[in-house]
Design a protein around this ligand. Structure first.
Ligand SMILES: [Zn+2]
Ligand SMILES: [Zn+2]
Length: 185
């Protein structure tokens, strides 16, 4: 979804998209987090673009309901994500001098609570922004709940449903096998 800078009116332009109704948005979400975004899952975006001279100030929020599988117990669970973002985009110039000026500006702005980016030509690529924001917000691990006990390393039982019959003799721990390794001389 590309937005032409010239199409942004003085008062700004607000774009809403719903994964159930807007194929471009559904495609970006699926391409980014397809493994946990099922047919019943939903994502929405609301974004406002405001022109400030040649820059474009972009403020928005992406809301996603998905069903990842827990990295500990492997069960699918419902996850609700809210991803707010604020990006200031400047035109990308080819002239070296202007580039240097932009870099200086970037350093100044980096302390603020918004990102700084560039748009090329006469348009802003909203699909690319959505993709990037979802990637940036992607948690390192998906865990159904902080107290999730995971599965037994030995028998595979979901320990959230109660203890398994395995005795913890140390052998069930990952890497415990290393103890038994003998180095041949
Ligand atoms: Zn879990
Ligand atoms: Zn077990």
């Amino acid at each position: 979804m590309e937005i032409f800078i010239d199409d942004i009116p003085e008062e700004g332009l607000t774009v809403h998209a719903d994964s159930a109704k807007d194929p471009w948005f559904a495609e970006v979400v699926k391409a980014t987090i397809g493994s946990r975004f099922g047919g019943e899952d939903r994502a929405n975006i609301s974004v406002t673009l405001i022109k400030c001279e040649e820059n474009v100030d972009i403020t928005g929020e992406i809301d996603i309901v998905s069903h990842p599988s827990c990295d500990r117990c492997l069960n699918a669970y419902k996850e609700e994500q809210t991803i707010p973002f604020h990006i200031l985009m400047s035109p990308l110039y080819e002239s070296k001098q202007q580039e240097n000026e932009e870099e200086g500006l970037e350093k100044e702005l980096i302390k603020e609570d918004f990102e700084f980016s560039f748009y090329e030509g006469d348009r802003v690529d909203l699909s690319e922004i959505v993709r990037e924001q979802i990637y940036l917000a992607e948690p390192f691990k998906h865990v159904c709940k902080q107290s999730c006990k995971g599965i037994c390393q030995r028998c595979g039982k979901d320990l959230n449903k109660g203890p398994c019959g395995c005795k913890d003799d140390g052998r069930a721990r990952p890497f415990s096998v290393l103890k038994d390794l003998k180095v041949k001389k």
